[in-house]
Design a protein around this ligand. Sequence first.
Ligand code: SF4
Length: 426
Amino acid sequence: MNAHAPLQTHAAADCGPEIRVERGQRAVFCGLTGIVWLHRKIQDAFFLVVGSRTCAHLIQSAAGVMIFAEPRFATAIIDERDLAGLADMNEELDRVVTRLIERRPDIKLLFLVGSCPSEVIKLDLSRAALRLSQRLAPDVRVLNYSGSGIETTFTEGEDACLAALVPGLPESRTASGDLLVVGALADVVEDQFTRLFAELGIRAHFLPARRSGDMPAIGRGMPYLLAQPFLTGTARALDERGARRIPAPFPLGAEGTTGWLQAAVDVFGVDPTQFETVTAPGRARADRALARYRERLAGKRIFFFPDSQLEVPLARFLSRELGADLIEVGTPYLHRAHLAAELELLPKGTRIVEGQSLDDGLDRCRDARPDLTVCGLGLANPLEAEGLSTKWSIELLFTPIQGYDQAGDLAELFARPLHRRTRLEV
Ligand code: SF4
């Protein structure tokens, strides 16, 4: 066992959530995992991981739950080299990329994704991307970002990928009259939001777009809404281009979706009656869908291990819309500004732990014996073996969960493990 890491408490329990910072060993996937949902979203992109056999195994097993005829990711395996071998390594990378593009002319955007083996760290992937981009222009654009486990937890891979896209987004003088929605959403969710914004008289663009040639233009003063809470670097890059973030909760559950849409309509000056008319049917559908889960989840005690950075909005949804009790809300990183609206909605005294000391977290979880533990794949099996019900947080990234019409599906994701445990016990 690790020595217990010190906790720093940042806020008193009687004035909002109690936020603690914890440091120690962690158990979170690296940013390469994001490739599994990003390659489905950007349909003419390819993700080439420059890494080791371990990286290849991780990607294959994370994506193994789905079957694709023609996957749009692969790993260029870099074996141990000394510094003298670096020139060869660049040549080899160029050869792999050239072969790939010859074989797959459908690829328009290629991401070189860095990883943590020391041989890869020695390689300058940004120079490689520039060199290859020049060579393959105008047919293919090559960008790079890091998915290394040293620098990123699993959703931060998406952040790094989107941040890499921002400097190349076209400039527009007229874009400031439109809305930019930032964060990969399932196509079905994106279509629903496009319709809702259109009914509200707002023209919305999405980053990332489904095709690399359709990436949105941005302009100074363009308002943007984050659709995901883990996009710190992307938001910074957008701010540098003069875009303005709209402070909002995240569109999880009926309340979160309404708050998110409301934040946009406030900026665009939409008439409140129109907002009410457009959102009322969705709210009613979400309420009906959630009613049957309230019985199953009310009073259930939930423990979140830090994993996806979705934990705070999910905890708010479970507590306020389904009546669950929050024992602890762990999150790998807490962006206090991006999550300000969410933190305000949490019950007073909710324990939020930012960062992780794995053994301490496990001790607290075992002491509490929660009804449901939301955690990464690596922790789920041992905790199940100890008789605890678990929910894999990675499923929350693979499943469409945002918006009114997905509120019931989101509740179902939490209700299902409880139902399974009850049946096992019976
Ligand atoms: Fe590859 Fe590092 Fe991720 Fe392991 S943690 S899969 S070595 S990038």
